[in-house]
Design a protein around this ligand. Sequence first.
Ligand code: 5AD
Length: 426
Amino acid sequence: MCYAIPGKVVGTRGRIAVLDYFGERREAVNELGAVSGEYAYAQGGFVVDKVPASQAVPVLEEWKGRFFQLKELDGKLSAIGERPEGEFGEVIGKALEGAALDRGEIIRLIEAEGMEMDALLKAANSLRARELKNSCCVHGIIEFSNYCRNACSYCGIRGPSGIRRYRMEPEEIVGTAERAVRELGFRALVLQSGEDYYYSGEILADIARRVRSLGALVFMSVGSRDKETYREMWDAGARGVLLRFETSDPGVYGKVHSGPKAQLEERLSLIRHCRKLGYIVATGSIAGLPGQGTGSLADDILLTRSLGAEMWSFGPFIPHPETPRGEHPKPELSTVLKLLATSRLVQPDAKILVTTALETLHPEGRRRGLLAGANSLMINLTPAQHRSKYSIYPGRPDNHKGVEESIAETLKLLYSLGRAPTDLGA
Ligand code: 5AD
């Protein structure tokens, strides 16, 4: 089983390796010094592992036929429909031609209804296929602690809530990651927790180093920790951060977010710091927070663009009954789909995630998200005994699923849409 295919190094240029995948060329930062003729796995634009030809060639043989079959199916499913007439069609046309959309145009897209909405989603999917082909990132996520020093009013693992807490020791985290890489075939892992200071910067860096050395791209998702901690994790080999700004509206942020570092500006400064260090930045917001209108969602998109995020993560708010926002309604599926599609039109080459929250909002959330321009997914690898305790919101569909079952379902879905669960790099 494989969630990334190896590429053959066909050239190097300074720190860059050029990899070939069945005739498609991609570039990746060559941190492992791979040379022409070698085979390597690249994830998120970084070479993460070199593999001997004896291991790579059979994988490529197995994939070859399927690779082209899937491409053909995706080509059919992502054919662009008719462009609507009038000024709405012009906005879509402008995006397809690669022009930057302004705030008014972004709002116009997020507010699309009926046939206009259908045209928006189709345009986004065709743009995804044009820019990034049919590859879909499938990252594994390990939620290693639900302790949190914050009290964000929307979040089920907020400090004051009475849930049962758990914390995985570094050995257990690395052991889970090892199984994910060695037995299940994952090449990119997200390590997520509440803001839990039980793990010092040094401990987090050590975990990142050990997981990286398994041959995986490591994303850290540990909240507003010190800039120094993010530097330590970078030095240890973590190459991605997943850190949402949650909302671009400082008023809404101040109302829903809490903790000693409650200010939006500080969060943004941390995200910029990570970008400067060289991390792949995954960020975004929650859609449907109290007091958040369409203009605010448009600002979220513009902010994500200005932060230089490679991976965009927008998901719906799901009320958690044991939080102060337990009565606040969740958004419509269509609102989130329009947000994903508009994101694609604004940043054609972004990796756009279908979040677990979208799957929770609607049973078809994953499929519909992928058809609205998204091209990234996560599979939950948190050990079964902890999983239901990581209850940031209730009703997560994967709570009672085994990892093998989740993988099989994900692959079935991807193949039915002509997508290849690979990450061919930037
Ligand atoms: N609904 C949707 N998303 C939530 N998150 C936290 N609580 C909720 C909720 N009730 C999201 C936050 C956080 C991510 C890990 O989970 O955006 O960054």
